[in-house]
Design a binder for this molecule. Structure first.
Ligand code: HPA
Length: 260
């Protein structure tokens, strides 16, 4: 095991015994899900050796161990992004650590812009496929693989329907950022098959999958991507829409956890 992961693991193992098979990574503005966690043990990322700490508004920066619907879960509330200047090793550090802690299923979430004009801000999207347009890969030297598990996507889609939550399925395109895209880029990405764009997730899923983890990815569509509406995008808009849907989103996540 990597020395940095081992150090983090040693630190956490002196604090408590982990026995969770499910982990979640919560994206921008989606941290309210943590209110549903019972018997919480909260560890700030900054206390964990080698753990990268986010500089972006809306990312809490805590590892939470606890119970949701009688299931033990490990939750990363917040993440770092490649655009913050972190290496891919740092960006994927949490996933590697979760794996070292013994998890088998990862629910990975993010805020994304709708490229598909039929997918409305405020709706959710199961990530069935991803396009890595960052120009980087976190698993160079390994065999090619496809990260998302259809079975988990089908489960989430069925549960969303049962709870009247508007859910789409589509392709997430990951970009480096940190600038939002231009309208011309979005036109091009639509042509390439993207339904949503964002600046996270891609590298985490690739690494998690290479470590044998089953993955369910869900995007909260917080805005129309650039050029669809006649107005500029802002981080505030992304955060505001996140706030509007976060209760539905949190409810859905706990229903999914119940069924895993
Ligand atoms: N583009 C890129 N990343 C995003 C967007 C977007 O429109 N919305 C939320 N994250």
């Amino acid at each position: 095991m990597d020395k940095k992961i081992q150090e983090a693991l040693n630190f956490l193992q002196t604090k408590f015994d982990f026995n969770a098979s499910i982990a979640l990574i919560l994206g921008s503005g989606l941290g309210n899900f943590t209110e549903q966690i019972k018997d919480k043990i909260v560890t700030p990322f900054r206390d964990i050796p080698n753990f990268p700490v986010s500089t972006v508004q809306g990312h809490a920066g805590e590892l939470i161990y606890g119970t949701v619907n009688e299931k033990k879960v490990l939750v990363c509330a917040g993440r770092v992004h490649f655009y913050e200047g972190y290496s891919l090793e740092d960006v994927t550090f949490p996933v590697q650590l979760l794996c070292a802690l013994g998890i088998e299923i990862l629910l990975i979430t993010n805020a994304a812009g709708s490229v598909n004009e039929e997918f409305l801000p405020g709706e959710l999207m199961i990530i069935d496929k991803q396009i890595n347009l960052t120009g980087h890969s976190a698993i160079l030297g390994e065999e090619p693989r496809i990260p998302y598990l259809r079975r988990l996507g089908d489960l989430a889609f069925r549960l969303a329907k049962e709870h009247d939550i508007r859910m789409r399925r589509g392709t997430y395109m990951g970009l480096t950022g940190p600038t939002y895209e231009t309208p011309s880029e979005i036109k091009y990405f639509r042509f390439l098959g993207a339904d949503a764009v964002g600046m996270s997730t891609i590298h985490e899923t690739v690494v998690a999958h290479s470590l044998g983890i089953d993955i369910l990815g869900i995007s909260v569509l917080t805005n129309f991507a650039a050029g669809i509406l006649d107005q500029p995008l802002s981080h505030e808009e992304v955060m505001e829409t996140g706030l509007l849907v976060r209760d539905d989103f949190a409810k859905l996540l706990s229903e999914i956890i119940k069924q895993l």
